[in-house]
Design a protein around this ligand. Structure first.
Ligand SMILES: [Mn+2]
Length: 339
């Protein structure tokens, strides 16, 4: 953000605004952590802010202070619609394209409010008065910390905010191990702990909440893993039938894709998950090094994301998707293997 943007935002926030804060659909730790962190900050300064989420957040994020105040567009629709209509200022966090909010898209497009985007994904669209976009950032939570810092309010970060922001940085960096984690990230995280983030507690409530059926589903996923050493690639398939067998609940497959990368010599990991209800195969891509899964997902699987972590989908069957994927690999062999 440049000085002009900071001045503009200070000007906007110097008068009472009706503010809506929006995470992307299927919000993750970073989306919920950043929206809640900002929500506490704005309300503490006397603004009237409401978080409107396109759909529900997973259970392992519901410990975050304020999460019970999030409006769910799918469930509390009329209230959510009113908030968006009456808003004078809308913050969109952890996404940069209005297509990422699902059914809520038209409500955002018709809103008369000014938009402020805070996000770290590639290729932001041009819908905001202020676009704070930085793909080098570990997480939107790190950017919300910076945002508050730019406004000269670092000392106004409360323990509640610190816990939310810490959780988002922790989840989006794979517990501080992805290459987007910088020394600055660690300094920010240290400061958040000083301000009251309970780091051990957060790790426990986010990661150590497995159900027996989820661990059994993980066992199934690992058994299904196909390892293609020539392409330094490992991929997992999960059919709807398998998901049903293990009593799949939303969020259960979170992180499964990363197991492929823990194999020695594997640099590209993928998971294909059948979703009969939506008639699609949901796909997650992870890579190590120079190979861009963002470009791969954009080129072949109607998706995108970050350089080393992206998502996509396929409209053909699980089997056909798998075959198509394997057929693409020879073209990328050198890119994947490059160190
Ligand atoms: Mn994020």
């Amino acid at each position: 953000m440049n000085l002009e943007d900071i001045k503009r935002i200070k000007g906007l926030l110097s008068t009472p605004q009706r503010i809506a804060i929006i995470p992307h659909k299927n919000p993750d730790g970073d989306a919920i952590g950043s929206t809640l962190g900002l929500w506490h900050y704005l309300n503490n300064m006397g603004q009237n802010a409401t978080i409107v989420s396109p759909n529900d957040a997973p259970k392992f994020l519901k410990w975050m202070p304020g999460s019970d105040k999030i409006l769910n567009f799918e469930v509390e629709n009329s209230q959510a619609v009113r908030v968006l209509k009456e808003a004078t200022l809308i913050f969109t966090l952890d996404f940069n394209h209005l297509g990422r909010v699902g059914q809520m898209q038209s409500n955002l497009e018709e809103a008369t409010a000014e938009f402020i985007m805070i996000d770290h994904h590639q290729e932001p669209s041009d819908y905001a008065l202020v676009t704070y976009s930085d793909v080098t950032m570990s997480s939107t939570c790190e950017m919300v910390y910076n945002f508050i810092n730019f406004l000269g309010d670092t000392d106004k970060i409360t323990a509640e905010m610190a816990n939310c922001l810490y959780a988002g940085i922790m989840t989006d960096t794979g517990s501080f191990k992805f290459s987007s984690t910088t020394s600055t990230t660690h300094r920010i995280v240290a400061d958040l702990i000083d301000r009251g983030a309970k780091n051990t507690y957060i790790h426990n409530v986010v990661f150590d909440t497995n159900s027996p059926s989820r661990l059994h589903l993980l066992g199934c996923a690992l058994k299904n893993m196909v390892i293609l050493e020539d392409y330094a690639t490992a991929y997992i398939t999960l059919s709807q039938e398998e998901l049903d067998t293990y009593n799949y609940k939303k969020g259960d497959t979170e992180g499964f894709v990363n197991y492929g990368l823990t194999l020695d010599g594997i640099r590209f990991a993928v998971i294909f998950i059948e979703n009969k209800e939506e008639g699609i195969i949901k796909i997650s891509f992870r890579s190590e090094g120079d190979f861009s899964v963002n470009e791969f997902a954009r080129a072949h699987f109607q998706g995108g994301g970050h350089h080393n972590a992206a998502g996509g989908k396929s409209d053909v069957s699980l089997k056909e998707t798998e075959e198509y994927f394997v057929s693409l690999l020879p073209k990328y062999k050198n890119d994947i293997n490059q160190l």
